[in-house]
Design a protein around this ligand. Sequence first.
Ligand code: PLP
Length: 430
Amino acid sequence: MSGSERLALLGGSPVINAPFADYKSMGEAEEAAVKRVVQSGCLSGFFGSPGPEFGGGPEVQAFEREWSERFGIKHTVSVNSATSGLYAACGAIGLSPGDEVIVPPWTMSATVAAPIFYGGIPVFADIEDETFCIDPGQVEKQVTDKTKAIICVNLFGHPAKLHELRALADRHGIYLIEDNAQSPLGSEDGKPTGTIGHIGIYSLNFHKHIHTGEGGMCVTDNDDLATRLKLIRNHGENCTDMLDGGPITNMVGMNLRMTEMSASVGRVQLSNADAHVEARERIAQRLTDGLQGLDGLSPPVTRDGCRHNFYVWMMKVDEAALGVSRALFSDALAAEGFPHATGYVAPLYRLPLFQKRIAIGRDAWPFTLTERTYDDIACPVTEDMHENRALLFEPCAYDLSDEDIDRMIKAVKKVHAGRDQLNARKSTGT
Ligand SMILES: Cc1ncc(COP(=O)(O)O)c(C=O)c1O
């Protein structure tokens, strides 16, 4: 939208008249770490065969040790992305063709695509209205004798109902995988997100709170799952002796390995994780506090006992109470310079992958293994949230002062106060 259009919406200058500064995530310590690795000449310490180099070089191994210590978990297996981690997790639990995996429809696509590589059938369960995470009550309804796992997502930085989901998984003898890509320092009842499921996956891609450009971490307290994750990461077909005679299912490995440079950057990022995450939590808290009590707008809430990391700050719009459409409100907010989006991703069961039931190969495997179709899925909370209610801002993208945040609050209040004017302009077409 151009500057002149902006002025036409509510008049006056935009409250925020210059773009916010990008968040600076890399500093001198990261630069020194990369230099140290380059000077060492060892950019990767992995070999894809049995022996001391099966687990990677010194930076990778130190990073994994430090990650385990930080999160109080027995094993950490680094990978080159959270997508790789989700794939490895599906393989490690022994996911087999035709097994069902219960997933939320409102997440990044990798959450629901990962099971497909092993022939898993994603089964969608709706989200909760308050936190946008998968609803345990809806999960329970989807459990069948084919269910092998639940993949929950700690969406936008807020924990799903993790202890409840773990109890549900244990009751049914299935696995809980936490997609913790967006919530590195979240917690529920004092326990870190990522460590409550059987396996937790973190993303270190460059949008995230802490990052290595691309990267991911898998954590587990289970020795066997840890070994299987490592085998899938690194040409496991050569090393199945490590399983001591256990089943070799899914042990055809890939190269999902992290480089020494990435690990060296990750170690620095991890040591400063508190500061990085707290910076985003501070922005979100000030924004939330400043926007209480406005009819039709509900800033995000944090469930009791939880820590929310605010990868995304998501406000809910109630068009009836607001008296103006979300689209018009959003246009006016954009004209005031407030960077945001409406909705998140369209419910994932709408993807051609599911609507056409075509995944891998000419025969559209693995959908040939199920009667399930995806055209009559009922996830009304997700639909309503995406189509009508969600309005999001990304605290991880910007470096904001208190004054910047106060201008964001002022922009919302200006648009909120100008709702009648917006409607009047809309009806006269001006
Ligand atoms: C919830 C979720 N899961 C998985 C991923 C995939 O992460 P990566 O880019 O590290 O593969 C993302 C990335 O944005 C994500 O947000």
